[in-house]
Design a protein. Structure first.
Length: 205
């Protein structure tokens, strides 16, 4: 049994979008929880199994899986016919897994560093900076319209996500901006955005 713990308009929205893209809605129970939010609203939900009270958290037969990259890898391996990730064991899957790890270890941290207005030589030495990360994204997109080449994948879904949530922080590069807008225009994402707006309205009522 698969259960996703979700809070609207949060990181777990990416996983809802993934589920829509993969067409596996009937296989996963969605359980809505509250989380502490940056504006001071919300709060930790005792029913949320995430050790830090965050989302997403995916429970698979009693095993708790957190972190979006890990959940994406797990679901795309469980449902290999979805077409949103390369076949496991191929060189292409290795590249896909690399982008998942790079997002968690480089892109999101450098994005947050820039947004927070801080830097440190140790961090720059280890993971470089957000500008360097954008150069790498541009290099990938120069090889094809999507991160993995000719086909949209879960790599695009994850990697564009911080720019979708914080458009003011989006890069000025027209190639990157075009990619971000194409990712945002996916029907699966539009559906989740609409449903999340309804969920937030219920929470505010």
């Amino acid at each position: 049994m698969l259960t996703l713990f979700h809070s609207p308009q949060s990181r777990s929205s990416s996983i809802l979008t993934l589920i829509e893209e993969m067409g596996i809605q009937d296989w996963i129970e969605i359980r809505e929880v509250t989380i502490p939010r940056m504006d001071g609203s919300g709060g930790r939900d005792p029913s949320n199994p995430h050790p830090e009270g965050k989302v997403p958290a995916l429970v698979h037969d009693g095993h708790v899986i957190t972190e979006r990259a890990a959940i994406i890898l797990h679901l795309t391996c469980l449902f290999p016919d979805s077409g949103i990730a390369p076949k496991v064991g191929t060189p292409e899957w290795g590249v896909f897994a690399m982008w998942m790890a790079w997002y968690q270890g480089v892109l999101e941290p450098t994005f947050m560093m820039e947004a927070g207005g801080f830097s440190h030589p140790w961090l720059t030495a280890a993971i470089r900076d957000h500008q360097t990360a954008q150069v790498r994204l541009r290099a990938a997109l120069d090889q094809g319209p999507w991160i993995l080449g000719e086909t949209y994948s879960a790599a695009d879904l994850l990697l564009h996500s911080p720019y979708a949530w914080f458009p003011d922080a989006a890069p000025k590069d027209p190639v990157l901006l075009n990619w971000i807008e194409r990712c945002k225009a996916r029907p699966a994402r539009a559906k989740v955005v609409s449903e999340d707006a309804e969920r937030m309205a219920r929470l505010a009522a």
